[in-house]
Design a protein around this ligand. Structure first.
Ligand SMILES: *Cc1c(COP(=O)(O)O)cnc(C)c1O
Length: 476
């Protein structure tokens, strides 16, 4: 077969069956001729890192162009909620596409944007005695949503004539996206270090990460100590800070590191005491991933700004929403346009994406998703538990529909594998060979399956994870 051809007739002549190995090979070649992939050292394709041409998705499964099926154990970067090509979401998008595909949202309005805002505000975390989140600003991806929240917090103080509050506090090991503003409040060295000279200065508070517990320390104690660190930072810098941004309950990109819900409660109190806004980034943990609809609920906390994306559309289309309090909104009302929040993206509030999000919210109700997930999460816990005994597993942790396995040499919590061993990459390849798409974060393997994952798929996932860990650590 001639490479770099995309002539179907030629392929047929060469005897390449549709959906066969040759077909996958063909698409791999065409892809690598023109595409630059996200979060990838392109030199590793395809020799070190296989590239998987995917033909279609079905429920929790991806079907490759080679005809092989792969369990999407990571919900395609934590976006997918109810399975791929969900018919009700697909139908909602199709219907909306025939009616109004897009319209400028400055000066115009449309029903999907209004209805979605109403419904998001109705289900948003609420704290008695605190003014509710009452306005929605749309953006078109998570990072853009984070930029919106950061700019709003900063600009609100400016509008009030308070000039000194120019800094943000973020948490060690946190992640908020890849655009420059979002990177500035992120603390994953691999993504951040190169761009450091371009980034606005942020202050970092200790992470409440329970994996970092000292011997004998409970996760709650760890969270309280971390909050003490935040208190000190605020006592020193409080009047220079406009907002604290954090990921409630799970620092996802930071290795699915989990913390006790008491941390968010303490952080909320500290923000109140210092007149600092609290931004909860629930882009990854929102929409049921940690067991509750929003992770903040587990702390009984309501933020001043809430960032949502990823699962917002059920994983079908890019969309972000930033929910704000009336106080923040009112701070921008003025005769001057400069005091307005002039931030805009061309596709703000895209009707197709809003229609997908509305269909996704309908599924939460009609399929009783949160209750069903409780049973699935319990099953995940049972299947994951035996892996804690594995020699090279230092920690197995879970928050609702997220399970993570920390791999270290000999299971030592203070050690980590030599990066040159590429343990995570080995595990990734071993899992793929067994028909499971696991994409480790460093040496952390994790399960974030679509909610429709069934017993057989969970069994496969557990068996494959064990095999992948065995194979990946055989070199150690
Ligand atoms: C993924 C993620 C983002 C960025 O969202 P993108 O849509 O990838 O830009 C921000 N914050 C958190 C917590 C995330 O997990």
């Amino acid at each position: 077969m001639q490479k770099n051809t995309h002539d179907k007739a030629m392929l047929a002549e060469a005897g390449v069956p549709a959906g066969g190995d040759g077909d996958a090979e063909h698409w791999r070649d065409r892809d690598l001729a023109v595409l630059w992939h996200p979060c990838t050292q392109m030199r590793e394709h395809p020799g070190t890192l296989p590239l998987l041409p995917i033909a279609r998705g079905e429920g929790a499964w991806l079907v490759g162009r080679d005809g092989r099926r792969y369990l999407d154990a990571i919900s395609s970067w934590w976006t997918n909620l109810f399975g791929h090509a969900e018919p009700r979401i697909a139908a909602a998008i199709a219907q909306q596409a025939m009616t109004l595909e897009h319209v400028i949202l400055a000066g115009c309005s449309h029903a999907p944007a209004v209805e979605l805002a109403e419904r998001l505000l109705a289900i948003a975390p609420r704290e008695t005695g605190r003014e509710p989140l009452s306005k929605v600003f749309y953006a078109d991806n998570g990072s853009a949503g984070v930029e919106v929240a950061l700019k709003m917090a900063f600009h609100w103080f400016r509008n009030r004539g308070i000039e000194g509050r120019t800094k943000f506090i973020a948490l060690d090991n946190g992640y908020h996206g890849e655009t420059l503003g979002a990177l500035a409040v992120g603390d994953i060295p691999l993504y951040r270090r190169v761009y450091a000279p371009l980034l606005a200065e942020a202050l970092f508070a200790p992470s409440p990460d329970a994996y970092l517990c000292e011997a004998g320390e409970t996760p709650e104690e760890r969270a309280r100590h971390a909050a003490d660190g935040l208190r000190e930072l605020l006592e020193r810098h409080g009047n220079e800070v406009c907002a604290l941004i954090l990921e409630p309950r799970v620092q996802c990109a930071g290795g699915m590191r989990m913390h006790d819900p008491v941390y968010l409660k303490l952080a909320r109190e500290l923000c109140d005491a210092h007149g600092v806004f609290l931004i909860c980034d629930e882009i990854a943990v929102g929409f049921g991933r940690t067991g509750t609809l929003f992770a903040s609920e587990q702390s009984g906390v309501q933020p001043d700004l809430l960032c949502l994306s990823k699962g917002l559309t059920g994983g079908a289309l890019p969309l972000a929403a930033v929910l704000a309090t009336q106080t923040i909104y009112d701070g921008f009302l003025d005769d001057s346009r400069e005091k307005a929040f002039l931030h805009s993206h061309s596709y703000t509030g895209n009707p197709l994406a809003c229609a997908a999000a509305l269909a996704s919210l309908d599924i939460f109700a009609s399929d009783d998703i949160l209750n069903r997930n409780r049973a699935t999460a319990a099953r995940m816990a049972t299947l994951a538990a035996p892996l804690a005994e594995h020699r090279h597993v230092a920690d197995v942790r879970q928050a609702g529909m997220i399970v993570a396995f920390e791999l270290t040499p000999g299971g030592d919590r203070r050690a980590s594998f030599d990066p040159a061993l590429r343990v995570g990459l080995r595990a990734y390849r071993a899992a793929l060979e067994r028909g499971v798409l696991l994409r480790p974060l460093g040496d952390v393997l994790y399960w974030i399956p679509p909610y429709c994952v069934d017993e057989a798929a969970l069994q496969l996932l557990a068996d494959t994870t064990r095999a992948a860990i065995d194979e990946a650590t055989a070199c150690a």
